[in-house]
Design a protein around this ligand. Structure first.
Ligand SMILES: *Cc1c(COP(=O)(O)O)cnc(C)c1O
Length: 385
């Protein structure tokens, strides 16, 4: 997964790291943000941070300098955007609740409805508040690599299909939204856009804004940024300068930090198994759900290097396993292991499963200083159970 690991200053502070800890590297985050700013400036699109993937409030001082706001998926994320990020708040939910809608309308700039029934239910309130309203469309095209992450898959509840689109009910609608990508390059966006325009081109001409959703892997080294810029510019030209929004989550946090954990014990059952003070299930759930193999600094596939271990979590779940890795030197108790690219879809998904301690959240600043931002202890478990 790590194509070109960025130069990291982490080794120089590793000794002071109390594990487990997520460590954001300020310089890496800033590099991502600079790329996103380039896309914004050259294409004229606005870019929002998708809180679903990355919501580290202590990084907002920096993210806010580059991006236009946040996209939220309900009341809590909308409040977080409003209170912590303090720029634009765009709220979409598969279904809004009566008890939440007033507050959401109060603090959101855009609200996106997932169906005509939701739009009809809330439109009077929304229009009275002066919020810019949109509809989520299912473009019915997607090349998402995994069905779990395919919003245009069979029986998807996400977005309105062409067959369900009620053209005579769009008075008051100012925008359309689609989200159909997952960790993809611009060729996938082009395919989705083509399908979207074929189905909804007529409607697009009546809109003020179109939101292209997330899943654009813009900050990955092989992402074709210049192509993205031209795709957006051409789109804006075709639709008399309609405003375009992108809302990446993963691309903001991509390779911007690590999870550092320590070996607690090494046991043997036909292979060496290192038990870590972290958990795949609780702290890096996508390694099990997606599934994918987390990269470990200075480690390789099993048997490529001299010493192979299975790395596993400190919970009682048998399947709490990060994977098998090989190292040049044997591991020992107390050895710190650096899991790469652990800032997105990790902290936002953490659980206190099995009472395991949540990792601290720390930052490695550009000047080389290391600072623990959050220490999460017993209270987290106690409060939630
Ligand atoms: C998940 C999601 C995003 C962000 O997706 P990434 O893959 O993290 O870029 C944006 N918009 C919506 C509606 C989403 O559900």
């Amino acid at each position: 997964m790590i194509k070109n690991p960025k130069i990291s200053k982490l080794e120089s502070v590793l000794e002071q790291v109390k594990t487990p800890a997520y460590i954001l590297e300020e310089a890496h985050l800033e590099e991502n943000l600079k790329r996103l700013l380039h896309v914004k400036k050259e294409s004229g699109a606005k870019i929002l941070l998708a809180l679903k993937g990355f919501a580290l409030q202590d990084s907002f001082y920096l993210v806010r300098e580059y991006l236009d706001g946040c996209c939220a998926s309900g009341l809590h994320e909308a409040r977080f955007s409003h209170e912590k990020f303090k720029k634009e708040t765009h709220t979409y939910s598969p279904a809004f609740k009566d008890e939440d809608i007033d507050e959401i309308l109060e603090i959101s700039h855009h609200v996106v409805f997932n169906s005509f029934s939701q739009w009809k239910k809330f439109r009077h309130k929304a229009l009275k508040k002066g919020v810019s309203c949109g509809l989520r469309i299912n473009p019915e095209v997607s090349s998402s690599p995994v069905e779990m992450y395919n919003p245009s898959g069979k029986f998807s509840r996400l977005g309105i299909t062409k067959a369900n689109f009620e053209e005579n009910e769009i008075d008051g609608i100012e925008g359309l939204h689609f989200h159909a990508l997952c960790e993809q390059n611009v060729d996938a966006l082009e395919k989705v856009l083509k399908g979207f325009e074929e189905r909804f081109g007529e409607i697009i001409t009546k809109m003020k804004w179109i939101n292209f959703g997330g899943g654009h892997h813009i900050t990955r080294d092989d992402y074709d940024i210049e192509k993205l810029i031209s795709v957006i510019k051409e789109f804006k030209k075709r639709y008399s300068n309609v405003e375009v929004y992108l809302e990446p989550g993963e691309a903001v946090g991509w390779q911007s930090g690590t999870l550092v954990a320590s070996v607690l014990d090494i046991v043997d059952n036909e292979m060496k198994i290192a038990i870590m003070d972290t958990s795949a299930e609780a702290h890096m759930p996508d390694t099990i759900l997606m599934p994918y193999r987390a990269e470990i600094r200075n480690a390789s596939l099993p048997n490529e290097k001299k010493y192979t271990y299975r790395l596993a979590g400190n919970t009682c779940l048998a399947g709490d396993v990060m994977g098998d890795y090989s190292f040049d030197e044997p591991l020992c108790v107390g050895k710190k292991i650096i899991f790469e690219d652990m800032m997105h879809y990790t902290i936002v998904k953490n659980t206190t499963f099995n009472g395991i301690k949540l990792p601290d959240i720390a930052i490695l600043k550009k000047d080389g200083s290391y600072q623990v931002l959050k220490h999460l202890g017993y209270e987290e478990y106690e409060r939630r159970n």
